[in-house]
Design a protein around this ligand. Structure first.
Ligand code: GRF
Length: 197
């Protein structure tokens, strides 16, 4: 058995968190090999980042299968064929199949751009999150890495880091501040999980 854990990263977009995980694994800060990048969409920049790093990619579109069951089965078989130990969601916008969550219980992580349990749940992604934080008048926000279960943004919190919300913040300026700490904490949280800390 190899010493490093095999990780699949699931994305839907630009993949800056994917990039921070790739960088951390190249720098030896993450004892993991990213063996596969799964994207829900074609033509996203995250796939380009994977190609540049020499990582295999798989575009997962459940609509291309005769039914949900066939789609879920193929996704799980893909994880098996790459001997995936951990799954890191990085901007992946959909709920995972329950069969996959069951199989990888406590080995799937997600990063959320707010301080969960506040500002999470269905529909709370991207600018919606930062708009809600500003609308609530919160004076701090941040990033949360958590385990994934069957409910959106619900699993055990692994690591959080706060940032201030400034009086003149827009959703974009707040998102940029939060994204910086996302890139910082995701590799640390994943490494701690892999090391059993
Ligand atoms: C991040 O803000 C992450 O917290 C959220 O989706 C965004 C993904 O950004 N889940 P990127 O694709 O990693 O750049």
């Amino acid at each position: 058995m190899s010493e490093k854990a095999n990780v699949a990263v699931f994305i839907s977009g630009g993949g800056t968190n994917l990039q921070s995980l790739i960088n951390a694994s190249h720098e030896g800060k993450l004892s993991a090999t990213i063996v596969l990048v799964v994207s829900r969409r074609e033509n996203v920049y995250g796939l380009e980042r994977a190609h540049r790093a020499g990582i295999d990619t798989f575009v997962y579109n459940p609509k291309r299968y005769p039914d949900k069951q066939a789609a879920h089965k193929d996704l799980i078989e893909m994880m098996e064929s790459y001997a995936v130990d951990y799954i890191a969601l990085a901007g992946y916008l959909n709920l995972l199949p329950e069969s996959l969550v069951r199989k990888y219980r406590n080995r799937i992580t997600n990063i959320h751009p707010a301080l969960l349990p506040k500002h999470g749940g269905k529909g709370m992604f991207g600018h919606h999150v930062h708009e809600a934080v500003i609308a609530a008048g919160d004076t701090e926000s941040g990033a949360t890495v958590h385990l994934v279960d069957e409910i959106y943004d619900n699993g055990r919190i692994l690591l959080q880091k706060k940032v201030p919300v400034l009086p003149d913040d827009t959703p974009d300026s707040l998102a940029a501040r939060v994204l910086e700490v996302e890139h910082e904490i995701y590799p640390i949280a994943l490494e701690n999980l892999i090391q059993g800390k």
